[in-house]
Design a protein around this ligand. Structure first.
Ligand SMILES: [Zn+2]
Length: 248
């Protein structure tokens, strides 16, 4: 049976989680979009812009990169600019602090924002890549973000092929990163899943590797094929801020 804590009982759930963290010798965190939304990431779909009619699944694809580079470039330039000035929230800092204290080992994230690293987390597996680092799709060399934003050609091979280091629709996931995340989850005595409804393949498979306890922190309850030891339903930032009090 799941144990669900929310609203009035959230404090009790947080204390339970703090105890689990202290008892666990190997804790891994898995985060999704819900972790970042509290950082007020602006919606890139403008109210009156033509972006409103653009389907990100179409544009954020290897097909658009190859067939319509100007559209691809404009889309990602805009996405990168909307993330400028977005800061980690308290929850990101709490996770970074727990890593420094040796209480969590790593974070696997579906987010491409880089906010975990910005908050100070070091051991982060970016399952879908990072939008603020740029590489050449032709020669694979890393180039400066400014080169991409300026619409320049690759400074190494001269091709017009610069792109963010994110996984595009139609592309394979970064297998090395996924294997490391899987291995860590297999070793974990505690897996804390934050801000993801785990609906998407293959990320919904990752918790199945866990042999220890599994905890969910999410703004709504979810159904999954695995049992959670406890579920904390509420805002990730607030729950993690509360958690900080009990893991000193
Ligand atoms: Zn190149």
């Amino acid at each position: 049976m799941d144990k669900i804590f929310k609203e009035d009982s959230i404090n009790k759930g947080v204390k339970n989680l703090a105890k689990m963290i202290k008892e666990s010798e190997y804790t891994v965190v898995l985060t999704g979009a819900g972790m970042d939304t509290e950082s007020n990431i602006p919606d890139f779909r403008g109210k009156d812009g033509w972006w409103e009619n653009i389907d990100p699944i179409q544009v954020a694809s290897i097909h658009t990169f190859e067939s319509n580079y100007p559209l691809f470039h404009e889309f990602y330039s805009m996405r990168i600019k909307t993330l400028e000035g977005v800061e980690p929230h308290k929850g990101h800092y709490v996770l970074a602090d727990l890593e420094k204290k040796g209480l969590i080992h790593s974070i696997a994230t579906q987010n491409v924002s880089g906010l975990h690293q910005k908050a100070g987390s070091n051991n982060v597996y970016e399952l879908h890549g990072n939008i603020r680092t740029i590489r050449c799709n032709h020669c694979n060399k890393e180039v400066k973000l400014e080169d991409f934003l300026a619409g320049e050609n690759c400074s190494f091979c001269g091709k017009k092929a610069l792109r963010p280091n994110v996984v595009l629709f139609g592309e394979a996931l970064p297998i090395d990163v996924w294997i490391k995340a899987e291995e860590d989850i297999k070793k974990s005595q505690l897996l804390i899943i934050i801000g993801t409804s785990l609906e998407v393949y293959p990320v919904n498979f990752l918790p199945m590797y866990a042999k220890g306890k599994i905890v969910l922190i999410n703004n709504e309850d979810i159904n999954a094929n695995y049992e959670f030891d406890i579920k904390l339903i509420g805002k990730a930032g607030e729950i993690l801020k509360e958690l900080e009090k009990y893991v000193e």
